[in-house]
Design a protein around this ligand. Structure first.
Ligand code: M6R
Length: 611
């Protein structure tokens, strides 16, 4: 996720870019840049670091005159956060400049093609492929708009692009697919931005452009086109959000925004790694013999990342038949773990900078294991020091409570399990294909769940004032319960615990009293009757039951539950990916009803960089 902004008018563009980029910094902040056209030539400034660093270089924009410009704040995906990889990128030949938000999934093939046509690349980014592809088609002489449309047709993945060309010094072009982009209508000037927050101090009238549409912006007008380059008309929308709501995409909190972003984040993380029905993890380059020789896997992390491990244990063990244990990083590092060269340690971390996880990773390496990390922040310590790194493409997670990081991390573990199971011959073709299909369908199923959030808000209004809440579940439902309970306690401050349902009778059931809320996660079909029996046991001691069930099991849990939330049916190993969504929403709405400081809960920090 990155932020892009553009301006065309009669006043200097660069200061407007800097102001807009500051408001977009929540979308990415590892490098920033602007390019303007001045005297018919592109003038570029970009740097690693925050927008502030860029602003210093160009004196707030003063040193970069020119009334047409595009700017970018980056969240690195392809290539480290460096000056070279910072946007804007300029085509080979120096005529066209591009800023890009998204991921071009077929960039490697396009890059090879362009190199074969004589193009030279200066960065590791997928964006440089986009700008050179536009240049390639532009060289044919059919005009810039046609070149952009032709390039867009060849790019797979997601993109919002702002484009400048020296041959058209008074014009900006924009297009998008599956990445956000709005066009702002000014008075004698026009804007583009990833998020209306970037331009809200200048205009509140915007066009929202749909996938594959194109726009040509000049100071006097905005022209819109279909992908076939037929001119189209749209009615502008008026935005009346205040600025702080706008930064959150109109949502009240980053947490709900990030919950809502999960389908897109999971899709971005999974779809580039599924090619012709196979989990292709080219970035890992792990030899099959190594995978076949593994005797043990530890999945290590803290908090939510550890609970991803708790869920991943089931899919990794079931599919690869390698004994797998999820261990808290803080325990792993001091436990003299049994580790040798046939052990793989999978470190999971959103930030890549959690002190305990770093220490666990180093300890594992010291003992001779290889480390595969699943990380969101590019260039972070864990990403850099691991033997292999798989990035989650969740974009920046701002809310302290982790949501989209959990979903994308878990999705990555399915891919690892598939890749390993194939190498070890422990999965049949039909099951492999079924899981791949389910993985591809996961974002849509998550989306379906998110559209039902009003019902969850209603349920939260019934239960928000409980003193204690217990979560129970078995197998993958137990894993989801752990995360659901953490979400609830960290943002609502309600005491909450998760138990494996079968353990209840061995002690925890003593805590149940009249009116205690028990959330029974019972999505796992094979064990639904067992979990329902446990729910009956707590109900007969006065508990209120909120059941979470898959559609096919909803009737069974409804016999005992006071309320039921259903999730779409899905392959049993993928159930926690869906079960967690209503649990996140429930925690959010309970905290909202309780008037909590949702994005920055008390006593907590986003990155725990000390032990
Ligand atoms: O950055 P990391 O994923 O390594 O962070 C690990 C935990 O600190 C983190 O998941 C924490 O538990 C979350 N705030 C929970 O929502």
């Amino acid at each position: 996720m990155c932020g892009i902004v553009g301006f065309v008018g009669t006043e200097p563009a660069a200061p407007i870019m800097i102001e807009g980029l500051r408001r977009l910094e929540y979308r990415g902040y590892d490098s920033a840049g602007v390019v303007v056209i001045d005297g018919g030539r592109l003038k570029l400034a970009k740097t690693k670091g925050y927008v502030e660093a860029l602003s210093k270089i160009i004196d707030g924009g003063e040193k970069l005159p020119g009334c047409v410009g595009i700017g970018h704040t980056r969240w690195a995906t392809h290539g480290q956060p460096t000056d070279e990889n910072a946007h804007p990128h300029i085509s080979d030949g120096g005529k066209i400049a591009v800023v890009h938000n998204g991921i071009i999934e077929n960039y490697a093939r396009l890059r090879e093609f362009l190199i074969s046509k004589g193009f030279t690349f200066r960065s590791e980014t997928d964006t440089e492929v986009a700008v050179n592809l536009i240049q390639f088609f532009y060289n044919d002489g059919g005009g810039l708009l046609k070149a952009v449309a032709s390039a867009a047709r060849r790019m797979e993945g997601s993109y919002a692009l702002g484009i400048l060309c020296e041959d058209f010094p008074d014009m900006l072009i924009a297009t998008k697919k599956e990445s956000p982009l709005v066009l702002g209508i000014g008075d004698g000037c026009n804007y583009l931005a990833s998020d209306v927050a970037a331009i809200l101090s200048h205009t509140r009238d915007v066009y929202k452009i749909d996938d594959d549409e194109l726009a040509v912006l000049t100071a006097g007008e905005i022209k819109l086109y279909s992908s076939e380059l037929d001119e189209i008309t749209k009615t502008p929308e008026h935005v009346d959000w205040d600025l702080s709501a706008a930064e959150k995409g109109g949502y009240e909190h980053f947490m709900i925004k990030e919950i809502m972003e999960q389908p897109e984040a999971v899709r971005k993380t999974v779809s580039p790694r599924i090619i012709d029905g196979k989990a292709v993890l080219d970035e890992l380059d792990i030899p099959d013999e190594y995978i076949r020789g593994l005797s043990r896997i530890y999945v290590v992390g803290c908090g939510t990342a550890f609970y991803v491990g708790a869920a991943a244990k089931y899919n990794l063990e079931k599919l690869t038949r390698i004994p797998t244990e999820a261990v808290m990083a803080s325990e792993f590092r001091y436990s003299s773990p049994i580790v040798d060269a046939s052990t793989l340690v999978i470190c999971i971390s959103q930030s890549g900078s959690t002190a305990d996880t770093i220490a666990a990773m180093r300890e594992a390496k010291r003992l001779g294991a290889k480390v595969l990390s699943v990380v969101n922040v590019m260039g972070s310590v864990i990403a850099e020091e691991s033997d292999w790194t798989m990035y989650t493409w969740a974009g920046p997670e701002i809310c302290v409570a982790s949501t989209k990081a959990y979903s994308t991390q878990l999705a990555v573990t399915y891919l690892i399990a598939l890749r390993f199971a194939e190498a070890r011959g422990t999965i049949g073709g039909a099951e492999y294909a079924a899981i791949v299909e389910e993985l591809k369908a996961l974002p849509e199923k998550m989306q379906t769940l998110l559209t039902r959030r009003e019902n969850i808000q209603y349920l939260a209004s019934l239960y928000y004032n409980r003193k204690d809440v217990f979560f129970i579940g078995r197998n993958v439902d137990y894993a989801a319960s752990l995360e659901g309970s953490l979400k609830l306690k960290e943002i609502s401050y309600i005491h909450s615990e998760a138990y494996a349902a079968g353990e209840l009778k061995h002690g925890p059931i003593a805590l149940i009293e009249q009116g205690t809320l028990v959330i029974a996660v019972a999505t796992y079909g094979r064990l639904i009757d067992k979990t329902v029996s446990n729910a009956v046991e707590v109900k007969s001691r006065g508990a209120l039951i909120l059941g979470i069930a898959a559609e096919s099991g909803a009737e069974t849990i409804a016999r005992v539950a006071d309320n039921v939330i259903t999730i779409p049916d899905v392959h049993e190993l993928l159930l926690p990916s869906l079960a967690v969504v209503p649990l996140q929403l429930f925690a959010y709405y309970v905290a909202l009803a309780g008037g909590r400081e949702i994005d920055k809960p008390r006593n907590l920090a986003k990155s725990v960089t000390v032990e």
